[in-house]
Design a binder for this molecule. Sequence first.
Ligand SMILES: *Cc1c(COP(=O)(O)O)cnc(C)c1O
Length: 397
Amino acid sequence: MNKTFISDSRGYYGQYGGAFIPEMLRENVESLRQVYYNIIGSEEFITEFKMLLGDYAGRPSPLFHARRLSEKYGAKIYLKREDLNHTGSHKINNTIGQILLAKKMGKTRIIAETGAGQHGVATATVCALMGLECVVYMGELDMARQEPNVKRMEMLGATVVPATCGNKTLKDATNEALRDWICNPEDTFYIIGSVVGPHPYPDLVSKFQSVISEELLTQLSAKEGTEDPDYIIACVGGGSNAAGIFYKYIDRKNVKLIGVEAAGKGVDTGETAATISVGEPGIIHGSKTLLMQNDDGQITEPYSISAGLDYPGVGPLHAWLADTGRCTYLNVTDKEALIAAYELTRLEGIIPALESAHAIAVLGKLELKPADIVVINISGRGDKDMQTYINAKGSLI
Ligand SMILES: *Cc1c(COP(=O)(O)O)cnc(C)c1O
């Protein structure tokens, strides 16, 4: 981890990013920014971070050549297996990094927001590991939809607090967590789960997730004799797994970067979470970015079958990468994602998270050549989505 940053020192990616926060949060955010900039390059921090990624999370995650999938799409397709990490997704990379920051700052109480529950579980996990108090805010509707993850968090010792306002989903849980932080600035550290929120969060989360592309450079080099694939594909909710696998490749213009958003029932149906397709610049949860809003600037409710992609904003890094044309953002409907999940399962014996299935589903939308090397980030495993897969089966095959 070197000390280069993609955003400027105030957290701007072009016109996006920054820290748009109430006065009462300014001190929290500023002290986090200072500690982050001081320790991110320090030998001691990097050593402990890397040790936990290896011995606790199980990194490096394998890079797997998916032969039968490759045959079907006529290109050489590799899967980066973030689904094999401890707790089942890439989220653990970030929570390990942030819990180390929290300890450094002498904080004793951790709060987090969660949608599908994956970030909540990853946070409750590192809190148990470090013996810190943990409170997770979760929309009341999501608590009902993702009951097993609620039970996991509780078994890990966390208190799960229902967010009962608005749609009772991720956006509302995030509002509750920010409110808590304002009320408890002294002892509390807020672990944000994606590349969203006020600076320095988008920067530090992408930095912690960049281990994915750091590994990819050496893994691909060993297998193919080149560090550079032709395509890298990742799903985008807030955008942290995509930021992680894009990070080291942003300056390598010969590598095509493709982010995949959830179209839900279709981008034009009003039931979608494809923020980059339908969003306009605005401010959400402390940062300027693209977000889904009506003509009055009110945030509109997102929809996707996948709880992890069901967010009305997107990280400012991605808004900027979309504006500059460095990355291409496509979108995939609920149905296309379900079909792709079954396809990967039957071709490779890997049941992906519904979020990751969105990334797989764009394979059919690209014009691939036999010599193309394609890397898809499998952000998580599908255990949590089994009920959705079972319910959908009848209408698919
Ligand atoms: C949370 C989650 C996502 C979406 O979050 P990003 O920040 O966009 O990566 C994607 N896949 C899985 C498995 C998740 O748990």
